[in-house]
Design a protein around this ligand. Structure first.
Ligand code: GAP
Length: 456
């Protein structure tokens, strides 16, 4: 394991990331023309490509590469009893205080505890209310009536959709323990504090996998999944010295957890939770049996038809939080000239090519003399396999910089030599090295480069 860093020393700041995200179309503030909606963000053309790629990679890692893990897409709206059984109605709360003077609202556990004891507002010094429990679930009504008989919640985690379908999946897919169910989808939490861009939002996406195991084997599987999740980030080419484990203390454990570890990432604002691996024991299935009256026990045909309630090992990742992590991780500033002006520096997003929003940009050196048409033909060929961009405006150096900022790992430049001998310039984002490649070999060459990519 790489040595742990004590503080963030990289070139990114949250201001730089937020500004680049908007400038280049990764992430926009929701409803911006109306002054913005707190806790909600929109993913622009580059952002949605990045988010989709991360989701696809996670899906492959968690389902395609494991014969015993299958997928699910459960609905966001579920029977309200689900959230009573899960413990969310009773326990999914944050401690909240309000300032009677400035009307600001704070999480009691996140403000200066000496001031809290004196009931003093950390912003204006005004008087704070008593601490009260605030449930994070969004509550609404389904159907025409607005009364307590038709309350429905927006799901605060995707996990419960998996537990309530666990029996369906065993029966329809003949699953045998140990097995897993994976799901990617939206979740909603009425977060009191939503600062730090897309880190903590009211609407977000989760990528969760629930692994059902025989009681007694849970600790071993918990450790296996910890190791697998760690290795996922290695594969993604993330700076491993920016990652660490954090075990939840007794006071941090969620109401369902027997044991829990977070993978934390060193963001510009410090070490923060990226995702978690949880041993949920038999809490969830036992509670759903109790509340639904249905038998959710497993009959183990490999163990003399023994009946038991499986234990659950959960890997729970925030997709949108992973987008933020990868934006911070990829962000770099590099001095590339010494002319004493702004052009001496380039901003470069060093995404792994397998998640970069644009894989290859095709740039004709000139618009004239048939170079633009030639470049468009090359783009058409590459489109089948890669996300491409085409840019014919401005000096070639400026066009490279634009692609560096978008994180495009490869640029293909079409010039007069292309007309003569069919070769193009392949330019690498990270090293800025340029090599001549026959255009007929481009698709295969890119495939090899993506597969063998190693971040320096
Ligand atoms: N099913 C377990 C569960 O939901 P969690 O620790 O509450 O566990 C899992 O959430 C992950 O979901 C977190 O590690 C984080 O990546 C993401 N997440 C949670 N709340 C979030 C929020 N308000 N905004 C963005 N991501 C969030």
């Amino acid at each position: 394991m790489a040595e742990e860093l004590s503080e963030y020393k990289g070139p990114a700041t949250m201001e730089k990331i937020t500004s680049l995200a908007k400038r280049r179309g990764f992430v926009f503030q929701s409803s911006e023309i109306y002054g913005g909606q707190n806790g909600a963000w929109d993913y622009g053309p580059l952002g949605i490509e990045l988010k989709n790629r991360i989701a696809r990679l996670w899906w492959k890692e968690m389902t395609q590469l494991h014969d015993e893990i299958v997928g699910l897409d459960a609905s966001i709206l579920m029977h309200p009893r689900v959230w009573e059984a899960s413990g969310h109605v009773e326990n999914f709360t944050d401690p909240l205080v309000d300032c009677k003077k400035c009307k600001n609202r704070f999480r009691a556990d996140q403000i200066d505890q000496a001031k809290l004891a004196k009931k003093e507002c950390p912003e204006c010094g005004g008087e704070l209310t008593e601490t009260r429990k605030f449930n994070l679930m969004f509550k609404t009504n389904i159907g025409a009536m607005e009364d307590s008989s038709n309350i429905i919640y927006l799901r605060p985690e995707t996990a419960q959709g998996i537990y309530v379908n666990y029996k369906n999946i065993i029966q329809s897919n003949r699953m045998k323990i140990p097995f897993g169910i994976a799901q990617i989808g939206k979740a909603f939490r009425n977060e009191i504090v939503t600062k730090n861009f897309i880190f903590r939002t009211c609407e977000f996406e989760q990528m969760e996998m629930q692994y059902f195991v025989k009681p007694g084997t849970d600790v071993e599987w918990f450790n296996t999944w910890k190791e697998r999740r760690w290795n996922y980030f290695k594969k993604l080419g993330v700076k491993m010295e920016y990652l660490r484990w954090h075990q939840h203390g007794k006071d941090e454990l969620a109401h369902y957890a027997k044991d829990a570890y977070d993978i934390e990432y060193l963001f510009p604002m410090g070490w923060k939770e990226l995702e978690g691996v949880h041993n949920r024991g038999d809490y969830d299935l036992s509670r759903h049996m109790q509340f639904s009256g249905k038998d959710l026990q497993y009959i183990d045909q490999d163990d003399n038809n023994a009946r038991y309630t499986p234990y659950i090992i959960e890997t729970s990742a925030g997709l949108t939080r992973e987008v933020l992590m990868l934006l911070c991780d990829a962000y770099d500033e590099e001095k590339v000239a010494d002319k004493g002006n702004d052009d001496d520096w380039r901003t470069v997003m060093r995404f792994h090519p397998s998640i970069a929003p644009i894989t290859v940009a095709i740039l004709p050196l000139m618009k004239k003399d048939g170079l633009a048409e030639l470049a468009q033909d090359i783009r058409t060929e590459l489109k089948e396999d890669y996300t491409t961009d085409y840019d014919q405006s401005g000096a070639i150096g400026r066009r490279y910089r634009r692609q560096d900022e978008a994180g495009t790992p490869f640029c293909v430049t079409v010039d007069y030599e292309t007309k003569e001998n069919g070769t193009v310039t392949l330019r690498y984002r990270d090293s800025m090295e340029q090599v001549r490649v026959p255009k007929a070999e481009l698709a295969e060459r890119l495939r090899k480069e993506i597969k063998e990519y190693k971040r320096k």
